[in-house]
Design a protein around this ligand. Structure first.
Ligand code: WTA
Length: 653
């Protein structure tokens, strides 16, 4: 968590050379921002020229956040194709330029360049394979792949034929995968034999096999033989994707899609229940990803852009694939991990590929900071111009290290605040425009209107030097449109608590200069290594174990991960609270959800603090996990206040 205490933060002004070269400087930011709010229609009409349209739109936006009638439509009578915007239109002018540079897990295998022309060939072939399988516009395709070029081909192949993709992070378990295939009613699953990461291999295909046992019989499975590792093979269901692509025609005209046709579903954790299928549509999403990619990173033609995220998360969607490719950029796809084969992997790749913009997560920065400066300093990082972070608040120490050691005290850091739901950057400094403050996401992007609300009254807090919850007034083109199959839940989750606004779920401060500082979630979502984790999901995994009667999960401060997962568990009568059971439960959650959900701490709780109406008081559990037991607040409303004493006595960590 950043120190958002009201002390004077250090500030860093943009250097003259960066500002001089930047697309946006302080003056043009203010001018454009004001214009984007004063007349959104005119602003977005102009921005929409970033895309190639098949049928021009006449209406810019029709959106309402009114309870009972929430709808969001942008450019709704326009037609275009996302893949054509990311590939075809660039082939004429930059066919031989690298679109993707694939950096494999093992550097000894060597980086591989895919030009725009080659990208067109691969994507068209894969699109034809999908068409041959009977995939129709609007059908869902689940993608469960390592960070290999086929992941991007698959997303773009879907976009080309109007199918809706849903990428599932390769670290998710078979159960989590099956859930997503079933919830989206997918027709096809695209996976690979195994996924190498940090020299180890995840058995993706066998996970897929396990998942498909719980899915409809007619789901087909396309398999990329990536490592050549042995896998089982179900005749009639499993197909070798590379072989089919070789045989397929390289000619597949992009289909004209309506601006509001769904492009993808991406599942993300909420504070309650099952993960939500966040739905993004075509034109507005792509436009917002492209605009923010160019402005936030000050991307110029010919630059090499590297976002280290995984395509299983929204960051990989918007800033590895869609934003960069819409801008005709060269985007790096990295299969590996930051610390393998050595702690200098990121910096070695930056030097070798001459990366210009580098975008990663605070958790990676903190982990690398722990390895000292030598791994950074032994590489020539002079190609770098902009550094970025995303996923969680960055603590000022990590920010300073990133700036001083990686950025040599000169490079701007863009601390980008956004969400799966927002499609692209909402709050961020721009490299040539803003005075930076370590830990602050600072300013809204164009067309975006942040407000800070009083959490009790829901009133907008006016003026500066105020703190509350972060919400947004009015729509922006990258906004999610609905939750797949559950529009009511969409309204309830984002628009019910504070009618008339989109509510982010984050807390926020606007400082005396009017700059924004995001302080973290205010709901039961925790942020583990920049990954969103619903505590309810971990709890329901835990209670599915025979030995567990009840479980309550909260976050606690963790040096590297930002937040760790702290579980209070009440066992069934007769279950043995042994160390073996701790191990077993950790493994159990890994199997149920995936390694990212592995509990860090398990504490046996003979009882949980509950109100007389039976509601668990998480506030108290959070305080105990954070070791702030002297500020528990009022516990007199508890049904049995004595349980608190036991929990404090036996606190772990
Ligand atoms: C958090 C990731 C502070 C926040 C793009 C948000 C951040 C959640 C930042 C969304 C940041 C993301 N500063 N907090 N720069 N970026 N967050 O959907 O709590 O995986 O609500 O999207 O991450 O996570 P998601």
């Amino acid at each position: 968590m950043p120190d958002t205490a009201h002390t004077e933060p250090k500030t860093y002004s943009p250097s003259a050379d960066i500002a001089a070269r930047a697309h946006i400087n302080a003056e043009s930011y203010q001018k454009l921002y004001d214009a984007s709010i004063r007349d959104p229609d005119a602003f977005w009409r102009e921005q929409a020229k970033r895309l190639d349209w098949i049928t021009p739109f006449t209406r810019v936006v029709d959106a309402s956040f009114d309870p009972g009638n929430v709808h969001i439509r942008w450019f709704e009578d326009g037609e275009m194709n996302v893949a054509a915007n990311c590939i075809d239109r660039h082939v004429a002018t930059r066919g031989d330029q690298a679109a993707i540079i694939f950096e494999p897990d093992d550097p000894a295998d060597g980086a591989q360049t895919i030009t725009y022309r080659q990208l067109l060939d691969k994507v068209s072939r894969m699109a034809n394979v999908l068409l041959d399988l009977g995939v129709k516009p609007g059908d869902r395709v689940v993608i469960y792949l390592p960070m290999i070029p086929e992941a991007a081909y698959a997303m773009l192949a879907c976009a080309r034929i109007g199918a809706v993709h849903s990428v599932v992070f390769a670290g998710f378990s078979p159960d989590a995968l099956a859930n997503r295939i079933n919830n989206s009613e997918a027709k096809v699953l695209i996976t690979a034999d195994t996924a190498p990461r940090g020299g180890r291999r995840t058995a993706l295909k066998s996970n897929a096999d396990a998942a498909l046992l719980h899915c409809a019989d007619d789901v087909r499975c396309l398999v990329v033989k990536h490592t050549g590792d042995q896998t089982t093979w179900v005749e009639g269901r499993d197909l070798d994707l590379r072989t089919l692509m070789e045989a397929a025609s390289p000619d597949c005209p992009p289909r004209a899609m309506n601006a509001e046709d769904p492009l993808f579903i991406l599942y993300t954790s909420g504070s309650t229940g099952q993960p939500k299928g966040v739905v993004h549509t075509s034109a507005g999403y792509l436009l917002f990803a492209a605009m923010t990619h160019q402005n936030t990173f000050d991307y110029h033609d010919g630059d090499v852009f590297w976002c280290t995220a995984d395509v299983g998360w929204v960051t990989g969607h918007s800033y590895i694939v869609y934003g960069p490719l819409a801008n005709g950029a060269t985007t790096v796809m990295f299969e590996g991990v930051p610390t393998w084969p050595g702690a200098d992997r990121f910096w070695e790749v930056c030097e070798r590929l001459k990366v210009n913009q580098f975008y990663t997560a605070p958790t990676a920065i903190r982990a690398l900071m722990g390895q000292g400066n030598e791994p950074v300093e032994k590489h020539d990082l002079s190609s770098l111009r902009v550094l970025g972070t995303v996923g969680e608040p960055i603590n000022p120490e990590a920010w300073e290290w990133y700036h001083k050691v990686v950025g040599k005290g000169k490079l701007p850091i863009v601390d980008t605040w956004w969400q799966t739901e927002t499609g692209g950057h909402m709050l961020t400094p721009l490299p040539g425009a803003h005075v930076l403050k370590p830990g602050a996401a600072l300013k809204p992007t164009f067309g975006v209107q942040p407000v800070v609300l009083d959490p009790q009254t829901g009133q907008e807090l006016a003026g500066n030097d105020i703190e509350g919850v972060l919400a947004f007034k009015g729509s922006w083109p990258g906004q999610m449109r609905t939750i797949w199959g559950d529009h009511e839940r969409f309204e309830k989750t984002y628009f019910a608590d504070f009618p008339g606004y989109y509510f982010s779920g984050d807390g926020c401060r606007r400082d005396k200069d009017g700059d924004y500082w995001v302080t973290g979630r205010v709901d039961d979502v925790i942020n583990v290594s920049g990954h969103r984790m619903g505590t309810a999901e971990v709890e329901s995994a835990l209670v599915a174990h025979v030995a567990v009667a009840e479980a309550a999960v909260v976050g606690y401060p963790h040096e590297i991960k930002g937040q760790g997962i702290y579980c209070y568990i009440t066992l069934m009568n007769g279950a043995d609270p042994s160390d073996d059971l701790v191990k077993e439960l950790r493994q159990w959650v890994r199997n149920e959800i995936g390694p990212i959900a592995t509990p860090d701490i398990i504490q046996w709780a003979p009882g949980l603090p509950k109100t007389r109406s039976g509601k668990i008081m998480r506030r108290i559990l959070r305080k105990i996990a954070e070791n702030q037991t002297d500020s528990l607040g009022d516990i007199s409303t508890l049904a049995d206040p004595s349980v608190v004493e036991d929990l404090i006595q036996n606190r772990k960590g």
